[in-house]
Design a protein around this ligand. Sequence first.
Ligand code: NAP
Length: 326
Amino acid sequence: MVSMRAIQIPRLDGPGAAELVEIDEPSPGQDVLIDVYAAGVAFPDALQTRGLYQHRPELPYVPGAEVAGVVRSAPADAHVSAGDRVAALTMFTGAMAEVVAVPADRVFALPDAVSFTAGAGLLFNDLTVHCALRTRGRLAPGETVLVHGAAGGIGTSTLRLAKAWGAARTIAVTSTPEKGDVARAAGATDVVLADGFKDAVKELTDGRGVDVVVDPVGGDRFTDSLRSLAAGGRLLVIGFTGGDIPTVKVNRLLLNNVDAVGVGWGAWAATHPGYLAEQWRELEPLLASGVVAAPEPVVHPLERAGEAIASLEDRSATGKVVVAVR
Ligand SMILES: NC(=O)c1ccc[n+]([C@@H]2O[C@H](COP(=O)([O-])OP(=O)(O)OC[C@H]3O[C@@H](n4cnc5c(N)ncnc54)[C@H](OP(=O)(O)O)[C@@H]3O)[C@@H](O)[C@H]2O)c1
């Protein structure tokens, strides 16, 4: 067996447990074998290091859900072949290693315009946001989208993509003015602080409210998010970085004719064959043409993967975070 460098999580006491190790390279079997150049870091990576995510891998495990790199080998019937630049979903572990083996339906040809570091940070958030806005949220042309955690991975992805899919206006909610600058750079039309966002949104929309709320934060903002919706509006439940899982008094849905909509992208993809390819067909031309930019993320070296994961947990991260593997 040939060995490779990888990050491993040997125990569930947080990102600080991450260590650089030598382990055996995977064997391809029926999968596509990829030489990894960079691996993405997402909030579930932080949750998993404490055993707090719904997917609980056996210890020790290699963290990371997505990579970008070059195909080393592929089955004859795959849509990619040796030498192709690709991005791929390892879902939800295995990415922070020099070599990964991934089923072909989770491998996507990377447009030339997208670097490996940018490519490693695209799929997880952009495909979740596609699922949220297009599939579950029914975003219509001319609508207004509000996004919480707007300087984060899901947040900046929403700000990059919402206008390409018809939104006329995007309102970013961030905890600090500095994060507001990050959201503005990602394309936000307006930026408001999390503290008191409901009144700020009311003023910005002349009392009407917004059509769609993208909510990766949850917690105590939830009720004010429902109150910020216009009639017919949808609150898209993406995640709970705020910690608490909110509860809904359903009379609020009835009184204002609004929907609270669950968005579980991984579960949707698992139950809808061909969905990932369909999503990529809508996303890839936007990236290849530059209509939607694939911004350069914050890059940490592989040996600092623990710090990279910790930056999401301690809320210091902005935009997307990746680790450079080669
Ligand atoms: N449903 C799905 O299919 C799906 C798919 C992918 C990810 N997710 C979920 O989406 C959420 C966001 O992921 P992400 O990768 O975008 O994370 P991220 O880059 O870390 O961004 C999350 C944002 O949440 C805000 N936040 C509020 N309270 C926080 C706290 N106590 N700790 C940390 N952040 C806090 C922060 O913005 P402010 O400081 O500005 O408030 C931060 O920028 C996660 O819960 C993840 O599990 C869901």
